[in-house]
Design a protein around this ligand. Structure first.
Ligand code: ADP
Ligand code: SF4
Length: 689
């Protein structure tokens, strides 16, 4: 059972008129589903309730139609018609004794209103500040608009109560909520009683909270999420001013929810931010108020959580990503199963679901957002099917997740790995600069399968079709991964690019395996995720003179979705890497690389001693094809199925591989669904007219 050291985390805590059963506080987080996938989002929150969280919040909920953040998909509470879907979510949150919270957002200067076509309203008239630089400006709220807005907040609060929520979080952080826009001198340049002095800038939030207290404060707790340090220059709401604000308004909300400046700061990936990275900004704030304080910091360690409480830094342990990677984190601490915690790796793949308006995934928890769509539970597997044994070839994230999940179903599992360690690509990538936390993908699964009597691992076992036919396993799962291509094929070059052999060409695999260039190195990045930038960081750190060339307008373009693109560019520029954007590499010849402008076709020459091509990966599917070629021998060999999964099937990010492994394990021996859709989906009900 629970280690007494962690008892403090399980103390009930009062928040205004309500009491949380413990200090585990799932702060609001997006999921890429929102109003489009309400049942999927509700089921995901319900799983957190089962996992032991004391407080569970929705993602941001747009509280009035005059402020919305299309194309991003969050929740909406614009009229009574929206109540049922939110009530479903609140009801799921409240199972197992958790408190249900709703985050009300009025997006002000952050809401372009592309869907409602309303003119955005903000403290001051200025261009909308979004990821997408929409060509839209906001009108400054006049006094009657402010009165309206106060009333809209009260209406939303009453609807939230009707929906069954216990807490309301007013959003004033990450640059996204109007309370921050009023508090910050950057976005509030008013000269009336709502602008100027801090007292004036704090007037709006004081008024709204007073109104809401009158309306619902007897039964609902009101929390305020504020930015710890806006970090947008001199006029921004600084940490010193945040402290002054909290001291001046000690008892304003029932709880202070502290979140670092921009979302990029607050949800920094592990590549750039450690656990508890916001500690310095939070430290001491608790002494300025009599209200409890919650803060985040990608907390996955129970010891760090206890330190946060005992040191008087926080009252509640705020978690978004750690609660996604392991919805059962509190329960595992409570049951003394610390080693079973599936720790978040800080890759921010979950955030890409929101950024791409799809539906979120999690690298560590493939069941995230599939709780309703596919009926997947993060801790429970379906019962075993007819067959008994599975041979998994390859121990990368796909193979390891398949092994873990199949062992829970009760299959006899063997893993054959050609190398001498588990983990496939992760075993190598975790050694790259900033990526060590990614090793948790392997560590979690390695430990889990080590605890199971029905998984055997064989190293140094490079299998071919002949060997597999001899072994006698009933099901064969090919998870043999992929290798980086050396011929430059990706998006710019759809066939191998021109190379005359005058300079050596390396791939990320060469470098991870210790074959490294030196001197002047050109990296051609036509992959656009993290690998090109990581190679530049590694080689520059080892003394190479590095130029990275990409056809994109952004270095490591896709990392805009993982909220780290700016940090990557800043890091590499600071290290002295020469960053060449909007140019493709057209040829490698005569001891140099020729780059071509993607707009003008203008050519440039870059002298170099070596080239690294980070373009695309080729699936290692030879073994699978060999086995397929011998399908007539399967029955004699006792083989019932052969499947290929993960990067060997089609290369993708690590999260795609863990998902593929999990799916394989779930579906083995299950009836073939034919042409039926493999997940549940919600469709908007057609209007009668
Ligand atoms: P994924 O991301 O799909 O899990 P990885 O590339 O991470 O794929 O892992 C694939 C693993 O499979 C590597 O560790 C590799 O050594 C192993 N492997 C590849 N081919 C064979 C084979 N024929 N027999 C055994 N192991 C193999
Ligand atoms: Fe953590 Fe990555 Fe999962 Fe997000 S996707 S919760 S960052 S492991």
């Amino acid at each position: 059972m629970r280690d007494p050291r962690y008892d403090i985390l399980f103390q009930p805590m009062q928040i205004g008129p309500v009491t949380a059963k413990n200090r585990f506080y799932q702060v609001p987080h997006c999921n890429g589903g929102g109003y489009r996938d309400p049942s999927a989002a509700a089921a995901m929150r319900g799983i957190k309730a089962e996992g032991g969280w004391g407080v569970i919040f929705t993602e941001q909920c747009e509280m009035h139609h005059t402020s919305e953040i299309t194309p991003f998909i969050e929740l909406r509470l614009w009229e009574d018609k929206d109540i049922p879907q939110l009530a479903k979510m609140a009801e799921r949150m409240k199972t197992h004794g958790a408190l249900a919270g709703i985050q009300l957002a009025y997006s002000g200067i952050n809401g372009p209103n592309l869907y409602t076509k309303e003119v955005p309203l903000a403290p001051s008239a200025m261009p909308i500040r979004t990821f997408t630089n929409d060509p839209v400006q906001a009108r400054a709220l006049d006094k009657s608009d402010i009165r309206d807005l106060r009333r809209w907040f009260v209406n939303a609060a009453k609807r939230s109560r009707l929906a069954g929520f216990d807490l309301i979080c007013l959003y004033g952080a990450h640059g996204f909520g109007i309370f921050q826009h009023f508090l910050s001198r950057a976005t509030n340049q008013r000269t009336d009683e709502y602008g100027g002095s801090l007292e004036n800038r704090a007037r709006f939030v004081n008024e709204v909270i007073a109104d809401m207290r009158d309306a619902v404060g007897d039964t609902m707790a009101l929390t305020l999420r504020v930015s710890l340090d806006e970090s947008i220059g001199e006029l921004g709401f600084s940490n010193a001013e945040v402290r002054e604000f909290i001291e001046m308004n000690r008892d304003l909300p029932d709880l202070w929810d502290l979140a670092h400046g921009t979302w990029e700061d607050c949800s920094g990936p592990s590549r750039f931010k450690d656990e508890s990275a916001q500690e310095d900004l939070v430290w001491g704030i608790r002494d300025l108020t009599s209200r409890p304080v919650v803060g985040v910091g990608r907390f996955t360690s129970a010891d760090t959580m206890v330190r946060m409480i005992k040191s008087g830094t926080l009252d509640f342990i705020g978690c978004a990503r750690p609660s996604i990677a392991d919805p059962f984190l509190p329960k595992k601490i409570e049951e003394g199963r610390i080693e079973d915690i599936r720790e978040c790796i800080g890759c921010n793949i979950c955030i890409t679901g929101d950024m791409t308006m799809s539906i979120s995934r999690c690298t560590q928890n493939p069941t995230f957002m599939e709780e309703w769509r596919k009926g997947w539970h993060p801790e429970k597997m379906n019962a075993k099917g007819d067959s008994q044994s599975v041979l998994i070839v390859g121990s990368g994230p796909a193979g390891l997740e398949a092994a873990r999940a199949l062992s829970l179903r009760g299959y006899e599992v063997a893993i054959a790995e050609a190398r001498t360690e588990l983990g496939g690509r992760v075993a190598r990538e975790r050694k790259l600069p900033g990526l060590s936390a990614w090793g948790r993908v392997v560590e979690y699964r390695q430990y889990q399968i080590s605890q199971r009597p029905n998984v055997e691992t064989y190293f140094d076992s490079h299998l071919d079709a002949e060997a597999i036919l001899e072994f006698g396993f009933q099901n064969i799962c090919i998870a043999t991964g992929a290798r980086w291509r050396a011929d430059g094929v990706a998006r710019q070059h759809v066939v191998p690019m021109a190379m005359d052999g005058s300079v050596p060409v390396y791939t990320p695999d060469d470098i991870m395996e210790g074959r490294k260039p030196s001197g002047r190195v050109v990296i051609f990045d036509d992959d656009h995720y993290y690998m090109g930038g990581v190679m530049a960081e590694l080689l520059r750190g080892e003394g190479c003179e590095v130029t990275i060339i990409t056809p994109s307008a952004y270095l490591s373009d896709w990392t805009l979705n993982t909220l780290e693109q700016h940090t990557i560019h800043r890091r590499l520029a600071g290290m002295g890497v020469n960053i060449v954007l909007n140019r493709g590499v057209s040829a490698i010849a005569g001891g140099h690389v020729v780059s071509t402008c993607v707009y003008t076709d203008g050519e440039q020459s870059h002298g170099c001693d070596a080239v690294v091509v980070v373009t695309s990966r080729r699936e290692e599917n030879g073994l699978y094809l060999d086995l397929k070629g011998r399908e007539t021998d399967w029955a004699d060999a006792g083989i019932r199925s052969v499947r290929i999964i993960g990067d060997a099937n089609a290369p993708g990010p690590i999260a795609w591989a863990t998902y593929a492994g999990h799916r394989y394990a779930r579906e083995l021996d299950e009836p073939d669904r034919g042409d039926a859709l493999p997940f549940r989906r919600e469709i908007t009900e057609l209007a009668a007219d």
